[in-house]
Write a protein that binds this ligand. Sequence first.
Ligand code: UD1
Ligand code: UDP
Length: 350
Amino acid sequence: MKILTVVGARPQFIKASAVSNVIRKCHKEILVHTGQHYDENMSQVFFEELNIPRPDYNLEVGSGNHGKQTGTMLIKLEEIYIKEKPDFVLVYGDTNSTLAGALCASKLLIPLAHVEAGLRSFNRKMPEEQNRVITDRLSNILFVPTDSAVENLKREGIKEGIYNVGDVMFDAILNFKKLAENKNEIIKELALQDKEYILTTIHRAENTNYIERLKNIVEALNECGKPVVLPLHPRTKKYMTDYGLKFNDNIKVIEPIGYLEMINLEMNSQKIVTDSGGVQKEAFFMKKPCITMRDETEWVETVENGWNIVVGTDKNKILDGIMNFIPDKTQKNIFGKGDAAIKILEVLNK
Ligand code: UD1
Ligand code: UDP
């Protein structure tokens, strides 16, 4: 079979690192990079570190408003789909690259498979929620990572083609954890001690695009009295400048880093404070307390298991989480066995 995979943003490269090489054992894969993320440290570094196959096409779409970005992807993807005539299109997650890849496949009547299907925040203001609801609706095969994702789809009347394969990001962690253990250059450079620092990421549009929310987050981190390591997403960097917000000296702001460096920082951190989807899960995999600066999460099982608290962007709630949140529960296996890629291949083979 010829499978055409569409990726474009950082978390999708990490997901593809777990799946692409497995699919290629039995099928021909055409890998298309939309160019949604394009900085060396938002894109290239992952292909190099994680041995992801070189994309066959890079659409170089770049940044822009939703309409322009998604529309340009659609125009360019259509040409490639028509030329390549894939048997299946595979998309990951919930970005604009996911939506464009899905919509284009659907219009050309090419069967569509969605990895990380069924996740819901129930907040339709999020671009990601819009992207995933539409992608799931258009998909023929829905690879879901958790039980609650299955339920979400059923509630929306989607009952066919659902496969609970576990989470491909768990596969990625198992594949790269050993290698990441030695990638401790950042801890050395910043002269940090193991388990003494908070690791933070911030990039969610609902936080960056509202000055009050971003200001609260910055103030909480500035006042937490602990060293904080913050690999700063370019979106957040831009808004920090626009709003004139500043970090105190306890915040070690660094450029976005590679996956191995990130996993190393996660495994040696005391707690993780984030608004990222992927980082919430990684906190769980690493058995680190996670404080999520959002009003809801799609990864409800991490909260139910007692390892994640959703605190919104109230400064005092973030501070309280950083100071006081200690998980008191053992972990249940909620993301599968780390063999999601093999299960995806088995389904595609059928
Ligand atoms: C996108 C996804 C989000 C995902 C995130 C992962 C959508 C709607 N959002 O958000 O779901 O969690 O990726 O990181 O698809 N920029 C650069 N260099 C880059 C990429 C981006 O400077 O290589 C800056 C640009 O100013 C750009 C901004 O970041 O306007 C936002 O980038 P964009 O891809 O639109 O969305 P993300 O916030 O990265
Ligand atoms: N990540 C990384 N370097 C960084 C920040 C994050 O490699 O500087 C990884 C992180 O470990 C996780 C993924 O990027 O695997 C999460 O992506 P992101 O937070 O950008 O998007 P989301 O998961 O929220 O869609």
